[in-house]
Structure formats: structure tokens, C-alpha cells
Design a protein around this ligand. Structure first.
Ligand code: 2HG
Ligand code: ZN
Length: 462
């Protein structure tokens, strides 16, 4: 044990610390699988005071801390590859209370998203942020990346659903931000600065989540389409007439992988693109409107085929075709892009990207999917067997430079919802101006003067 760690164990005898090789590897990586984990140790505090004490210790010994939730991140934001102390919030995993008048649920950061959703349902309400990693990701991590997902089109990102936050800053101070207030016009709202800060400004130790009424009964539809342009036409026509809860697309290549991974085919034939959409269907009129749109889309040549789920099990099977994609691609060590542009710019941007990727990646399999209704695309490039990791990554990074330039031209973002982490750090300036990045660094200095919290994520350490 290093002298610093020895000191931590002495000062906090009740703190759970792990130093075994298996634990270091487990807690030192996230879903990126790119970097070799090499943390100093893993601390699993059980209280806010322990988190503060750890941060104070880290300042004394100048040990970096990597805050850690469910580690389902895809940008390396929770990777500890440089002797950092991983501060896992997994033991702080309790729902602390429900305030009926405020409609808020107060939770500790280690509560998995699915558990927060279930707790909301027990009170007849919903926490509407949702995505495939719901069972493994944690609320603290969702806040750190301003997580989006499949219902942003209706409900917005995590940011919209945070009524209050308690955070421990880089010098160990505990901040109680916004305290659940609906109206609070009293100066800087640090809550929003902390949301999406990827653990570089503070460690979330408690959050008050806003809840809302459950949506009306929904229907789930799978559509097969002839091309990406058709996806956009169908989106416009469906959005005009239906109250969409989700509108997700994927290509035939994504379908191939998800079927090979055990999902059930729901439509015959091969089609270039697919859409899974969910919309309010409280009555027959809404259902008729959906069927009318399906017919209209077929007449126009935008829709080749379609099916509507007749039961919850069928709806789940259709969703699996979309939600199973990430897992089905994982064995192919994909290089991930998570980009966004304004919704109005999507058609123009899609054409520019298709041309760029066809030119730059003729030899790799490229999988397109994502939240097209939010202007957010996931483009996964698969590593062919026999190509070394380093060569593959070098080539992908070369293309990403161009992709970032195209994004900049179209006013987009190099990270729509996964965060910058380590993976997108070289391209931050395609999305943020020089003056803005300088201010971001300045803010970091104020919250974390010694650069203890998640150094090297978002931008390089000073
Ligand atoms: C999704 O939308 C996630 O399924 C993961 O954001 C995307 O694996 C990816 O690239
Ligand atoms: Zn996504």
C-alpha cells in the first residue's frame, strides 16, 4: 500500500477500500474498453462526510479522484488508468424520500436509473429519462453526462429533471444547489454547471429528481424504410399528427448484428433503414391516425413495411431491435461517434456525413443508429478481424478529425449525450470556441483548485 493510501486507511478506518487486482480492473474501466485500468485503489464511501474526507485527503496527498457510478459510459469519463483513486458511489444507493407536493424523489447518486424509475412508479408518477443501460447506469453518472436517451424527443435530457443537487467540490466543500425550488432567481445556478461536467467540478452526493404524470397508453410501431431521406419524411409526417414519445432509427447493418445477438425478426425482407416509434394512443382516433399515416407513407414510397405491437411483449421485442444494438456490437470493438446537429440541419448534415464516411471508411463496416428526432446520431465503426487495435483507432481518429470539421461547419456537437471524457477530448474545439474552453478551464480552477477531480477528462490537465 502506498503511504498516501495508508494514511487514508488510518484517518478513515471505517471506509471500505479495495486494492485487489480484480477490483482494480473492474472499477478502473467503463464500457469503452479502450484504456488499461490502473487505479491506485477503490474507495466505497457510505456517507457524504466520507466523500468529503476522501476529497480532503486527496488534496493533501495530491491524489487524483475518478468519481464512479455504473461505468456504462462510452467516452472514457470513468476510466482510471493513471494511479487515481476510484471513488465509487455504489454503496450510496438509497432512495431517501418522496415529496408529494413537490413531486420530487430524493436519491443518492448510486441509485440505478431503473430503480429511480421504479420508485417513481410506486408513487403513481414517472421519472421519464430512459435508455437501454437503465439497469446498470446510476443517477450520479446520468447527471455527470447530462444523459439523454430514447425519450428526449418528449421529455428532454437529464438536465430538465433535476430539482436540486448536493455536490462535494474539489476542495471538499458541500454545496446544496437549488434545494428543489421551482422558482429561484438568486444568481448563478451552479446546478446546471454541475450537470454535464463529467466529474470535473464536483461529486454528486444527492439529487432531487423531478417526477411527472405517466403518459397516456402508448403504441409501438416498427417501420421499414427505403433510405435515410425517407426516415426524415416519415419523422415529419408522424410528428405533425401523433404525440411521439420516441422515434428511433437504425440501419440494416445494425439489424443484422442485433438479430445475430438473439433478437427476433419482426418484418420480412431486407430494408435499408428501420424506425421504432412510440406514440400516445389513448383512443381509437389516435390509433386510426397512426394507421392512416402508415398507409400514406406507403403510398408516398417512404414506408416499405410496418407492424404495430399488439401486446407489451411484442412492444418489448420491437424495442429490443433498437436497444440491443450497443451490446450486439460490443464484441466488434466499435469506434463510437455520438454526434448531434440542430434538427433542421439533419438532412443536410446526413448527406455530408454519408459522403464523408463512404469516402473515408470504404474498408470498415459502419453502423448508423440513434435518436434522429433529436438530431443525434450514433455511428459505430467496427474493427475488422485481423486489424490491430492501434491501427484501427489511428485510422478512426484520422476520420474523426474530418467528421469534427464537418460538424463544426454544420454547427453541431461532437458529443450529443455520451460526454467528452477521454475519447472526444481532442475534438472539443470543434464544438466549443477558444474563449469558451478557456472559461471552462477557469471554472474548473474555481471548483477544484488542485485539479483533483477527474483530471484529463473533458480537457487535458494543466
Ligand atoms: C444508445 O442510444 C446509446 O443506444 C449507445 O446511446 C450508443 O452504442 C452507442 O453508440
Ligand atoms: Zn443514444
Amino acid at each position: 500500500m502506498s503511504a498516501a493510501l495508508d494514511d487514508l486507511a488510518r484517518h478513515l478506518p471505517g471506509l471500505r477500500l479495495l486494492t485487489g487486482q480484480v477490483d482494480l480492473e473492474h472499477y478502473g474501466r467503463d464500457w469503452t474498453r479502450r484504456w488499461t485500468p490502473a487505479p491506485l485503489a477503490i474507495a466505497l464511501p457510505a456517507t457524504v462526510e466520507e466523500v468529503q474526507d476522501i476529497v480532503c485527503w486527496a488534496n493533501v496527498h495530491r491524489v487524483a479522484i475518478v468519481p464512479s457510478g455504473g461505468r456504462t459510459g462510452l467516452s472514457g469519463g470513468a476510466v482510471a488508468a493513471n494511479g487515481e483513486l476510484v471513488l465509487s458511489l455504489e454503496r450510496m444507493n438509497r432512495v431517501l424520500g418522496f415529496a408529494p407536493a413537490d413531486r420530487t424523489l430524493t436519491v443518492q447518486p448510486g441509485v440505478p436509473l431503473a430503480a429511480a424509475q421504479a420508485a417513481a412508479r410506486e408513487h403513481g408518477l414517472v421519472y421519464p429519462v430512459d435508455f437501454a443501460a437503465r439497469g446498470s447506469c446510476s443517477i450520479g453518472g446520468n447527471i455527470a453526462t447530462n444523459a439523454g436517451g430514447i425519450r428526449v424527443i418528449r421529455y428532454g435530457n437529464t438536465r430538465e429533471w433535476i430539482a436540486g443537487l448536493k455536490v462535494v467540490t474539489g476542495n471538499g466543500a458541500l454545496l446544496d444547489l437549488n434545494r428543489g425550488l421551482v422558482k429561484n432567481s438568486s444568481g448563478y445556478d451552479f446546478r446546471h454547471l454541475l450537470i454535464g461536467s463529467e466529474g470535473t467540478l464536483g461529486i454528486v452526493v444527492e439529487a432531487a429528481l423531478k417526477l411527472t404524470e405517466p403518459p397516456p397508453p402508448a403504441q409501438t410501431m416498427l417501420l421499414a424504410l427505403p433510405d435515410l431521406d425517407a426516415v426524415l419524411s416519415v419523422f415529419s409526417s408522424f410528428r405533425a399528427k401523433l404525440a411521439l414519445q420516441a422515434f428511433e432509427f437504425f440501419t440494416d447493418v445494425a439489424l443484422k448484428h442485433v438479430l445475430a445477438h438473439g433478437a427476433q425478426r419482426a418484418l420480412d425482407g431486407n430494408h435499408p433503414c428501420y424506425v421504432v416509434t412510440e406514440f400516445d394512443a389513448p383512443d381509437e382516433a389516435a390509433q386510426d391516425a397512426a394507421l392512416g399515416l402508415l398507409g400514406e407513407g406507403m403510398e408516398q414510397g417512404w414506408i416499405a413495411d410496418g407492424t404495430i405491437a399488439q401486446s407489451e411483449a411484442q412492444a418489448a421485442a420491437l424495442w429490443r431491435l433498437r436497444e440491443g444494438i450497443t451490446e450486439s456490437l460490443a464484441p466488434h470493438r466499435p469506434y463510437k461517434n455520438d454526434v448531434s446537429v440542430r434538427i433542421g440541419v439533419v438532412p443536410k448534415y446526413l448527406h455530408a456525413m454519408q459522403a464523408l464516411l463512404a469516402r473515408e471508411y470504404p474498408q470498415f463496416e459502419v453502423v448508423w443508429f440513434g435518436h434522429i428526432g433529436d438530431g443525434n446520431l450514433h455511428i459505430n465503426v467496427l474493427k475488422p478481424d485481423g486489424v490491430a487495435d492501434v491501427d484501427f483507432i489511428a485510422q478512426c481518429e484520422h476520420v474523426t478529425k474530418r467528421l469534427a470539421a464537418t460538424l463544426k461547419e454544420h454547427g453541431g456537437s461532437i458529443s450529443a449525450e455520451h460526454g467528452i471524457g477521454l475519447l472526444k477530448r481532442p475534438y472539443l474545439d470543434s464544438t466549443r470556441g477558444v474563449a469558451e474552453i478557456a472559461l471552462m478551464r477557469g471554472v474548473r480552477k474555481v471548483f477544484d483548485p488542485n485539479g483533483i477531480l477527474n483530471p484529463g477528462k473533458l480537457f487535458e490537465s494543466d
